[in-house]
Design a protein around this ligand. Structure first.
Ligand SMILES: Cc1cc2nc3c(=O)[nH]c(=O)nc-3n(C[C@H](O)[C@H](O)[C@H](O)COP(=O)(O)OP(=O)(O)OC[C@H]3O[C@@H](n4cnc5c(N)ncnc54)[C@H](O)[C@@H]3O)c2cc1C
Length: 511
């Protein structure tokens, strides 16, 4: 670890360097330079919104939520790490701004998109292979989980990936990644064995627990701050047993028992049987009113009439007023469950997101939901397409231990907590600001309520961060982790290319 003085000297270098390069190159010029760089390649790799490339440009410009869409000056589709390296060298040399996108599921405009600059779309970094000798999967950073699950199931294995299979591999893994196996295996990011990453100087290196190990740790929660990750080597999980997932609904009348069971699961349930996994999600819409919901899974044989004891209260009538039980996968596979969820959470709708965490407290769960209900006014409910979700899920001891056993990450979580998120959905672009403001109000009032009873936990999950949480996510990892991230930022990106030239995303303080 560098001394603090050296770190500060490093910052000095960064700031001085920034002072000399405030003018970014005209983005149209950058696109022309990029076009010229890749002109000799067999397939076109640079697409502008011109009559010649209008259809490619349009299909490459889609994001899961249209609320996050920006129109880049041009879009670059590298096919391997060398392409990424050539482009990053050019961007650095010519001072061109760019964005990096894997699956484009970020909720926030500008995180994986850009208006005046080049969008680097990783969708063609889509190789997938399995090595039975090591038990590792090699996964290109532009894949979607559906393809990864499909390819690996042929070998009876799977990996820790999205609960919605349409998510991209790159953003999900660099932000943490909550998978259905989290209670048993920790964060998905901790199940990365190694990464191939293109650094700001264009060098392509491998980082893992032995090589560039400090960088490797920082990448786990480091999002797009250190480079473009082009490949992940992932630990796999045995998938010979069936996988089960269910979406269950209960009426509002179930509230007390629902919250009491949620509290029990958050304070021991997830540790008692780490094959289980639950998201507690309530929703409000004008059409359906208030509903309590669960997304529950079990990574083994499962019988709804005789479930694993820890899940029994959610199936056996202990919680009254079950209104629906939809199997996403009944003794099927992770691919079936996650594909079905991606169908339910289909792209094309406007969404916002906000997140924080608390320490489990039954009364606080109720207070937070009261705040959310109170802020969900009749006026909001009348907006076209409005629906809102308030969700939480625990991170227990076994999750934390599994992550620590794999070398740890940047998150700084030292004891169990409950992640909370609020997520509205709506139709009209003209309502974007109203919905983002609503999300922030619910989040901030809930945080204050948690602080008032001493139950506020500092951690915020990067993948669920909202657009107004840009300066809150990485600082929530704690001072020691932020310092480590800063030290390695100076070491691996001394000119702050991935802060200065990549403006979007959750950034490391000072960069
Ligand atoms: C419907 C839905 C369901 C979700 N479910 C889950 C869930 O179950 N668990 C969970 O943890 N999260 C979940 N999320 C959140 C999701 O993990 C994040 O939105 C994540 O960023 C998606 O990854 P992506 O590759 O599609 O992201 P993108 O939008 O492509 O990128 C997100 C950020 O990561 C950066 N980035 C992407 N790839 C790279 C790379 N290769 N190198 C460097 N930087 C990169 C981008 O620059 C950007 O800032 C969900 C989101 C949605 C919309």
């Amino acid at each position: 670890m560098l001394s603090l003085t050296k770190v500060l000297l490093g910052f000095g270098l960064v700031f001085q360097t920034n002072a000399f390069v405030l003018q970014f190159r005209n983005p149209t010029t950058c696109c022309s330079l990029l076009g010229a760089e890749f002109q000799g390649d067999t397939e076109p790799k640079v697409f502008s919104n011109t009559p010649l490339h209008a259809s490619e440009y349009e299909s490459l410009s889609t994001y899961w939520t249209p609320a996050a869409r920006l129109n880049a000056t041009c879009i670059f589709t590298p096919t391997d790490a060398q392409d990424v390296s050539r482009a990053v060298r050019l961007f650095t040399r010519k001072n061109c701004q760019f964005a990096i996108r894997s699956g484009g599921h970020s909720y926030n405009p500008g995180w994986a998109g850009i208006t005046n600059g080049v969008l680097v779309s990783l969708s063609k970094l889509n190789t997938i292979s399995y090595d039975p000798e090591t038990g590792h999967a090699n996964v290109g950073a532009g894949n979607r989980w559906t393809d990864v699950y499909g390819a690996l199931l042929q070998h009876n294995v799977t990996v820790l990936g999205g609960r919605n299979s349409d998510l991209g591999v790159g953003g999900y893994l660099t932000g943490g990644g909550i998978s259905y196996y989290a209670n048993d295996r920790g964060w998905a990011t901790d199940n990365i064995f190694s990464v191939e990453i293109v650094l700001a100087d264009g060098n392509i290196i491998t980082a893992n627990r032995n090589e560039h190990k400090e960088l490797f740790r920082c990448i786990k929660g480091g999002s797009n701050n250190y480079g473009v990750i082009t490949k992940f080597v992932l630990e796999t999980v045995d998938a010979s047993k069936p996988f089960n997932a269910f979406a269950i609904g209960y009426s509002a009348a179930a509230n007390p028992e629902y919250l009491s069971q949620a509290y029990d699961y958050c304070t021991g349930g997830s540790d008692a049987d780490p094959k289980s996994h639950i998201i507690f999600a309530a929703s409000i819409s004008k059409a359906a009113g208030f509903a309590n919901g669960l997304l529950v899974s079990y990574s083994d044989v499962f019988d709804t009439a005789n479930p694993a004891p820890v899940l029994s209260p959610f199936f056996d009538g202990t919680i009254p007023g079950m209104t629906a039980m939809g199997p996403l996968s009944a003794n099927g596979t992770i691919k079936i469950a996650t594909d079905l969820l991606s169908f339910v959470q289909a792209p094309g709708t406007r969404y916002a997101m906000g997140t924080f965490s608390v320490y489990a407290d039954a009364a606080l769960f109720q207070t937070m939901r009261d705040i959310w209900e109170e802020e969900t006014t009749t006026q909001l409910k009348d907006r076209p397409g409005f629906m809102t979700e308030f969700a939480f899920q625990p991170i227990g001891w076994k999750w934390l231990a599994a992550s620590a056993a794999r070398g740890g990450n940047s998150f700084g979580i030292t004891k169990p907590l409950v992640m909370v998120w609020v997520q509205p959905r709506w139709d009209l672009a003209s309502d974007d600001d109203i919905m983002v403001a609503y999300t922030d109000r619910v989040r901030i009032r809930c945080e204050q309520a948690a602080q008032a009873v001493g139950k506020f936990a500092k951690f915020r999950h990067l993948n669920y961060g909202g657009r107004n949480q840009r300066n809150e996510i990485i600082p929530s990892f704690g001072a020691a982790n932020v310092l480590r991230m800063q030290v390695n930022k100076v070491r691996y990106d001394p000119l702050n290319v991935f802060g200065r030239l990549v403006p979007g995303g959750f950034k490391i303080p000072g960069f």
